[in-house]
Design a protein around this ligand. Structure first.
Ligand code: IPE
Ligand code: IPE
Ligand code: MG
Length: 231
């Protein structure tokens, strides 16, 4: 797959959708699907780093998920986050990677919020590979927050100043957004930042989204012509 002519995206955004349906097909609870999805995400992050992708942003929980999913499902997700961040961050750092979190952590259980913040702090400021977790993330609230910060500061902003107030400040815009699970929408994921991203939709449910399926998205990206408004 790493043929020299492949044009790699620097930053890939991944909407990991389909865990619930994957579990349902197996007559299992949704939490079983989220667990399988978490394992698949770990594998894909390693794969992306090996390919030479610099940033991978994974959509783990949207603002809408937090406000509308049953508490039992949310509690299961928090347990998974606790498990992941307690056992994987050191390993990532030892392999030249770091984690970053985007989203509003204040609405999460206190221990989870602290664990996420501490995990981010334990990472170097720069690394060859950055795994970004979007947790209680939604672009609409991200933009509102930025506007309110600007108003509080009494600042009139240019685009550079505005982008500094977003959760994603310091990250390049995504070049490619992949959504698994068959839905053709962005569901409030990086909708400002993805203004010129290439979009790739797969019917494969996230726990079944193999490294090979990811490679297909990268190959498709490599064939796209990006014009950015030019001829
Ligand atoms: C995406 O899978 C993961 C999260 C939203 C946390 P879903 O839970 O939305 O799975 P489906 O779409 O119901 O299959
Ligand atoms: C998007 O999936 C959010 C995540 C993958 C975390 P959803 O399953 O919540 O999206 P909708 O509700 O179908 O748009
Ligand atoms: Mg879904």
């Amino acid at each position: 797959m790493t043929t020299p002519e492949i044009k790699l995206p620097k930053h890939v955004g991944l909407i990991m959708d389909g865990n619930g349906r994957w579990a349902k097909l197996r007559h299992m609870p949704r939490s079983f699907g989220h667990n399988a999805g978490m394992n698949r995400m770990i594998g894909l992050a390693e794969h992306a780093q090996k390919l030479g992708i610099k940033y991978l942003t994974v959509y783990a929980l949207s603002t809408e998920n937090l406000s509308s999913r049953p508490q039992e499902e949310l509690d299961g997700l928090f347990t998974l986050f606790r498990k992941y961040f307690k056992s994987n961050v050191k390993k990532l750092v030892s392999k030249g990677a770091r984690v970053k979190i985007i989203g509003d952590l204040t609405a999460l259980p206190e221990d989870v919020a602290k664990l996420l913040e501490d995990s981010e702090k334990a990472c170097p400021d720069t690394a060859g590979f950055t795994l970004v977790f979007a947790i209680n993330y939604g672009t609409r609230s991200e933009i509102l927050r930025a506007c309110n910060l600007a108003v509080e500061r009494g600042e009139k902003l240019d685009s550079e100043g505005f982008e500094k107030l977003l959760y994603t400040h310091g990250l390049p815009d995504p070049d490619l957004i992949i959504r698994t699970g068959g839905e053709l929408r962005l569901s409030n994921f990086l909708t400002y930042q993805a203004a010129y991203a290439e979009l790739y939709f797969s019917d494969v449910l996230f726990p079944d989204f193999t490294d090979g399926e990811f490679d297909k998205a990268i190959e498709e990206f490599s064939r796209r012509e990006r014009r950015f408004g030019n001829v």
